[in-house]
Ligand binder design. Structure first.
Ligand code: MHO
Length: 193
């Protein structure tokens, strides 16, 4: 299957990225999640030297199963669009990276009844997203040693776990989200190609 090429990515700043990483993983049609830093200008940011960047979650989704619009609805349900956290690290940002996503964002804003003058959420074109340190990826899952041990025994390295569709669902489960895994997303796993 060439499924991995069929996914698109949605990137959102929604505060501390641990929670949105798990919440995004629970969404049916989201097949991979990762956390990172985006929206700023500092080259190669890190958690300790984040500069002017913001913590973001990046969700790879199958556009045949979920629309960017649905992900926008989700992102807006996870934030307070009229209040921006004081720290830029935790800003609410909706990134778009294709013309299609940009159009879906405009349509979503046109159709919703936000008071546009009061909206604080930032809207930006995604420039670069810097992947965060391994210890921030699938943070809740990392607290479940018996699960991470299974990945270790299957010889997954940190990047394999970060990019694993199964790990994204397990991370959501570990965080207490209801997860519907109809076919374990296996065709998306680059290790099972
Ligand atoms: N330092 C805060 C937020 C972490 S989040 C990755 C905490 O420990 O909850 O910014």
């Amino acid at each position: 299957s060439n499924a991995p090429d069929e996914t698109e990515t949605a990137t959102f700043g929604l505060g501390c990225f641990w929670g949105p990483d798990a919440a995004a993983g629970a969404i049916d049609g989201v097949v991979r999640t990762r956390v990172g830093y985006a929206g700023g200008t500092k080259p190669d940011p890190s958690y300790d030297v984040i500069g002017d960047h913001t913590e973001v979650v990046q969700a790879a989704y199958d556009p045949d199963r979920i629309s960017f619009r649905k992900l926008l609805e989700w992102a807006f349900s996870e934030q307070q669009p009229y209040r921006q956290p004081r720290k830029r690290q935790y800003h609410n940002i909706v990134f778009t990276e294709t013309a299609d996503q940009h159009e879906q964002l405009q349509a979503f804003l046109d159709d919703s009844d936000f008071d546009r003058d009061r909206l604080e959420t930032r809207f930006e074109e995604l420039d670069e997203c810097y992947v965060a340190e391994d210890y921030h990826q699938k943070f809740q899952l990392r607290g479940k040693r018996w699960i991470t041990d299974v990945f270790d025994e299957a010889n997954y390295d940190a990047e394999d776990v970060r990019e694993s569709p199964a790990a994204a669902k397990l991370n959501a489960h570990a965080a207490g989200h209801e997860v519907d895994v109809p076919f374990l997303e296996q065709s998306y796993d680059r290790r099972s190609k």
